[in-house]
Design a protein around this ligand. Structure first.
Ligand code: SF4
Ligand code: SF4
Ligand code: SF4
Length: 255
């Protein structure tokens, strides 16, 4: 039987050879959870597409297990791609920032967002949440950058792990602080309720007052409506030319 220390050490060693893309394609919520599942015998060694064949061989050597090719159910091995944001279309909703596991996107609410290429792992987790489809994954075109990424692979993976862990810590801290604030507000509210029941009964208007809509959701909905209207206007602008051509054709047919 292995001790907790030995178990943790094994997870650390497995995690150390994973690429730290944090893409979840292995079926786990990041590289360390996948490392934990391998250490516990719950996952196989061939579930990480970014690690690819080289990564599987590393795990074979580390764990002394038989080699098996990448499981196609987890994806296929591809060249590195990085996220690119079309800033002309971005509506500044911040959903991509929330999705990025390594804080590689900069921007603020209602402002255009930008990918910090040097930090992007290519996980593509920011693509699906974007409500206006302005994020694309593009190959690394600069040969110097591609060589740097290749030569510094381990250093980049270690830095990405740190960024991922730091982000998780920050999110956990934010959650705790929010819970504290909500608890404090709840207590304050209880005090007000007690005072109110003692002095002023609530009016029917207060009881039936509508819940205020989430302002962030309203902002996204409005921005999406604007983007949709823009697309429709562009489509309408190109339609008359086509309509004229169709009119000409129908005139010819009737002659
Ligand atoms: S890089 Fe992606 S697929 Fe590979 S272990 Fe990490 S999260 Fe899983
Ligand atoms: S910018 Fe997008 S692709 Fe790059 S690390 Fe963040 S979520 Fe992944
Ligand atoms: S999710 Fe898309 S629209 Fe929203 S901030 Fe990111 S890039 Fe811009």
């Amino acid at each position: 039987m292995t001790s907790d220390l030995e178990h943790d050490a094994l997870i650390n060693r497995i995690d150390a050879v994973l690429p730290q893309t944090q893409c979840t394609k292995c079926g786990y919520n990041g590289c360390r959870p996948y490392a934990t599942a391998i250490a516990e015998g719950a996952a196989d060694i061939n579930q990480c597409p970014p690690g690819g064949d080289e990564g599987i061989h590393k795990l074979v050597r580390l764990l002394n297990r038989p080699y098996k090719p990448l499981n196609p159910q987890n994806g296929v091995e591809k060249p590195l791609v990085l996220a690119f944001i079309d800033e002309a279309i971005c509506i500044g909703c911040t959903l991509c920032i929330k999705a990025c596991p390594v804080d590689a996107i900069s921007g603020a609410a209602k402002q255009m967002h930008t990918v910090v290429k040097a930090l992007c792992t290519g996980c593509d987790l920011c693509v699906a949440p974007c409500p206006v489809d302005c994020i694309s994954m593009e190959p690394v075109m600069d040969p110097q950058e591609a060589r740097h990424r290749h030569d510094e692979k381990q250093a980049f993976a270690d830095a990405s792990r740190e960024r991922f862990e730091f982000r998780n810590m920050r999110l956990e801290r934010d959650k705790l602080e929010k819970a504290d604030r909500m608890a404090a507000r709840g207590l304050a509210r209880q005090d007000v309720d007690v005072d109110t029941t003692q002095t002023t009964p609530s009016t029917p208007n207060e009881a039936t007052a509508p819940v205020i809509e989430d302002p962030k959701k309203a902002l996204i909905a409005a921005a999406m409506a604007r983007a949709k209207a823009q697309r429709e206007a562009q489509a309408a602008a190109s339609a008359p030319a086509q309509g004229k051509q169709e009119d000409k054709d129908s005139t010819k047919d009737s002659q």
